[in-house]
Every structure is written in structure tokens, then in C-alpha cells.
Design a protein around this ligand. Structure first.
Ligand SMILES: [Zn+2]
Length: 246
């Protein structure tokens, strides 16, 4: 099972599509294979009467990159349509795996947004708090994540056998992390909303892609050896995906 596919997250574009990643439609009148992405982000393959699902899949894999772009677009539109209007004082947000309330304090008359031990000076308390919050949390993630990645890379050095060149912390609405063949690990700042253990699982997952660039049983065995509770973290991310994607 794939973390991203299961959670309706983008499939890593460099990994070939398998049967489970697509939906087949048989169409007796279709003259050729057709691949498209529907509004929910599913890849739909039309199989003509004389065709086979296997060839349809091969056709889709030829157009893999284009399909992934379409998929990202569909997921983005879907997300925007379901997005909450904004965050206000009193709202609960996830932070380091716990739900915390957004509070307002005053510092010599200046509004300060507070949650857990964090304090953010804001211009105006009636504004949508998502923006200053995002900026603050993104920055926090940038400060914290790279050293965690390097720590795990060192710990798992014998297994991954490659060096991490760079760690980037990004604002990605639709994926938790990715790993490039050139050794760059990208992480979503939103992982700071999850517990450290869950964040670490995603880091381990991406690091293991340096060893195996697929989601094969062998890949998952490597993940499990390094992070035995990975299923729990995956389930948590999946269950809270929507609450984390503001
Ligand atoms: Zn993966």
C-alpha cells in the first residue's frame, strides 16, 4: 500500500503506475486508448473493445508526467473547493501532534497570537490567522527539520548507502515529503503539526527511497525495520489530512 495513493496524495511521478493506481473503463466505441484525470484526481483509462488493460496501463505510463500534472491540478482544485474559510482566535489547530487553541494576548496594546509556547505578533486580531501562523510554522519547520533528516541519514547510513545533499522545507498542500534521485529530501512544513514520531516516520520513508525508489514490499520492510510503528503514523496522517491542510 502506498502512503500517498492511499491518502489521495500525489503518486511519485517517477514510479510507474500500477493497476491499483488507475480506474479502467471499457468502452466498446472507443477506437484508441485514452487516459485522463477526473475531478477527484483519479486516473481513468479507457480501454477500446479490441484493447487490453495491460496496454492501457503501458499507454498511461508513456504519459506519466502529464497525468501527474493533471492529477496535482485536480487535487489542488478539490482542496480549494473544500478549504475552510480561515482561522480565528479560539479555533483549535494541531501542533506537534496535539490540538491546541489559538489564544490572543496583548503586549503593550499589540495583539499577540499564542498557542502552546509559541507567540506571534500580528497586525490585527480580526485578520485570517492562517497567514501569520503558516509563516511562523514554516519557519519553525525550516529550523528544525534539516537536522532531524541528517540525524536519521547518519543513523541509517549503512542501509541507504547514499548521502543526503539537501533538505528543503516546502509549502505543499498535497504531499508530506519527497525524495529526488539527486539526494534532496523535501518535507512539508505541515509535518510540524504532527507528532515528532509521525514526522520522523515520513523522514525515514523518504530516506528509504534513497535505497529503493518504489513502494514494493521490500521498501516497506526497510521502513518497518527502521520505524516499526509506521502503520500507526500513516493512519494518523491519513485520518487527519484534512485538518492539517489549511
Ligand atoms: Zn514513498
Amino acid at each position: 500500500m502506498s502512503l500517498f495513493a492511499a491518502a489521495k496524495f500525489p503518486l511519485e511521478a517517477t514510479i510507474p503506475l500500477k493497476r491499483k493506481d488507475v480506474v479502467f473503463r471499457n468502452h466498446p466505441l472507443a477506437k484508441s486508448y485514452l487516459a485522463k484525470v477526473d475531478k477527484e484526481g483519479n486516473i481513468v483509462l479507457t480501454v477500446p473493445r479490441t484493447g487490453t488493460e495491460r496496454d492501457a496501463l503501458a499507454f498511461a505510463n508513456k504519459n506519466r508526467e502529464w497525468l501527474e500534472d493533471q492529477r496535482l491540478l485536480a487535487l489542488k482544485l478539490l482542496q480549494e473547493a473544500t478549504l475552510k474559510p480561515g482561522l480565528r482566535v479560539g479555533d483549535l489547530i494541531w501542533f506537534r501532534g496535539k490540538q491546541v487553541a489559538l489564544r490572543l494576548e496583548k503586549d503593550f496594546g499589540r495583539p499577540v497570537l499564542c498557542f502552546a509556547k509559541e507567540r506571534i505578533y500580528i497586525a490585527d486580531e480580526s485578520m485570517d490567522l492562517a497567514r501569520p501562523l503558516k509563516a511562523h510554522l514554516h519557519e519553525l519547520a525550516k529550523q528544525e527539520f534539516p537536522r532531524v533528516v541528517f540525524r536519521y541519514a547518519e543513523k541509517l547510513r549503512e542501509v541507504i548507502k547514499k548521502r543526503v545533499k539537501k533538505v528543503v522545507v516546502r509549502d505543499q498542500k498535497t504531499r508530506w515529503g519527497s525524495c529526488s534521485t539527486s539526494g534532496t529530501i523535501s518535507l512539508n512544513w505541515r509535518l510540524i503539526l504532527a507528532s515528532e514520531a509521525t514526522r520522523d516516520y515520513v523522514i525515514v520513508h523518504e530516506l528509504m527511497h534513497m535505497r529503493r525508489f518504489d513502494h514494493s514490499p521490500r521498501f516497506w520492510a526497510l521502513v518497518e525495520a527502521a520505524c516499526p510503528s509506521y502503520r500507526r503514523h500513516e493512519a494518523w496522517l491519513k485520518a487527519h489530512q484534512e485538518e492539517l491542510s489549511w
